[in-house]
Design a binder for this molecule. Structure first.
Ligand SMILES: [Zn+2]
Length: 79
């Protein structure tokens, strides 16, 4: 099972495009199926990227913001 931090990186590395090795792809699928924080993030990421793409055709994949990673990890390990 991947952690939230690993998932967020893998998501940008190819999960969204389904280009990861199959076992990594499936590990990410499993993470997102069980992690509401990352599900929410994926949804908002897709919306954001969709908006950016409309403005800038050659938008590069941004790095995962550190603040966001910390927020998700904190939310996850909190209760
Ligand atoms: Zn997560």
């Amino acid at each position: 099972m991947v952690s939230c931090r690993e998932f967020l990186q893998l998501m940008l590395d190819g999960w969204l495009a389904a280009t990861l090795p199959r076992h990594r792809q499936r590990a990410c699928d499993e993470h997102v199926a069980t992690c509401h924080a990352c599900t929410d993030y994926v949804d908002s990421y897709r919306v954001t990227v969709g908006m950016l793409r409309r403005h800038r055709a050659a938008e590069r994949t941004p790095a995962v913001p550190e603040d966001l990673v910390r927020a998700i990890v904190a939310q996850h390990s909190g209760s």
